[in-house]
Write a protein that binds this ligand. Structure first.
Ligand code: EPU
Length: 293
């Protein structure tokens, strides 16, 4: 019997993953699961655990490349509104992992709360952003995070407070499989100040990064005190192309997928970039995006 037969309303088999990612590339997931509440999440996690099925947690797919053969495990997406609630109590904001960053920013701004502006223009979920401590020049999500509710792959639920969480550059020490919810502490400010900063963050992105294209944001982390984009640019790789994958002319740390692109093209271009930067500058650049294959 199919492992999830009785849960067919929330489990799809061999579901193509490309439409769920910003690259719009990659093969299918053996199981694709969108639980409607925490009880269903616990149940599917238990079954995956008991049957040795690897779980991948998908957010907005904006920092992800799925390989052409897809993944053989279960991809879980906390897309149901029950995982996306945002509530505000004075300066404390609680948000479900599936809430969008843009929604979070909007709610904070509406309530005259400052601190989330640095996340403007990042097309992700609260859970995905915490996982990689998303942010940019103006700060990151770790700056405002007070606590997180988590669940591990054996369905054990627990909470981590700020003092036990380490937020570094595009990383945290949160290892639990699922981030369920987060609590943020913001600072009251004048709506005009918040609006001004939001505009500034957004304008900076617009002026330096490719918009309206199939990409996954910056592909590589910045090596210590250097810019990966500048290194790739100086290595002469702007516009470099393999198949349908091309290094952006606007910002060299972005790879754009064209109509005929495959995930293998992007992977080959990633290798070419790494090799070129290593050869030219003797610097090893590390991936920022997740690769599932
Ligand atoms: N630069 C070049 N050539 C390029 C790209 C950049 O010379 O092709 C130079 C710029 O002129 C600038 C320096 O490199 O002097 C840094 O560039 P930028 O200001 O664009 O910032 P970044 O370090 O490349 C970081 C984050 C971005 C974030 C921006 C703005 C990383 C890897 N990237 O980019 O995050 O949006 O700051 O806050 O940390 C992402 O994580 O996906 C992402 C896009």
């Amino acid at each position: 019997m199919n492992l999830f037969e009785d849960l067919s309303e929330i489990v799809k088999e061999n579901e193509p993953l490309a439409p769920y990612t910003w690259f719009k590339l990659g093969g299918p997931a053996r199981y694709f699961i969108e639980p409607r509440d925490q009880d269903e999440l616990v149940e599917i996690t238990r079954r995956c655990h008991d049957n040795n099925i690897q779980i991948y947690v998908l957010g907005r797919g904006s920092n992800l490349l799925v390989g052409d053969n897809g993944v053989s495990g279960a991809v879980v997406r906390l897309s149901h509104p029950s995982f996306a609630k945002v509530t505000i109590d004075d300066t404390v904001v609680r948000a479900g992992a599936g809430a969008s960053l843009s929604g979070l920013i909007r709610q904070c701004a509406r309530h005259g709360l400052s601190g989330a502006e640095c996340l403007a223009g990042i097309p992700g979920t609260v859970g995905g952003a915490i996982r990689i401590n998303a942010g940019g020049r103006f700060g990151d999500i770790g700056n405002i995070t007070q606590s997180v509710k988590l669940m591990d792959s054996s369905s054990y639920r627990f909470e981590r407070k700020r003092d036990d969480i380490y937020f570094g550059y595009r990383m945290t020490n949160i290892m639990a499989r699922f981030i369920l919810e987060a609590e943020f502490l913001l600072t009251p400010d004048e709506p005009e100040n918040i609006a001004r900063l939001l505009k500034e963050v957004w304008m900076l992105k617009k002026s330096s990064q490719p918009m309206n294209s199939r990409n996954a944001g910056c592909v590589f982390k910045n090596p210590r005190a250097m810019s990966a984009g500048a290194l790739i640019d100086k290595a002469g790789l702007k516009g470099a192309q393999i198949g349908g994958a091309r290094v952006s002319e606007r910002h060299a740390n972005f790879i754009m997928a064209e109509d005929n692109a495959t995930a293998s093209d992007v992977l080959a271009l990633i290798d070419k970039i790494k090799d070129a930067v290593q050869a030219r500058f003797d610097v090893e650049i590390e991936l920022e995006i997740d690769i599932w294959q």
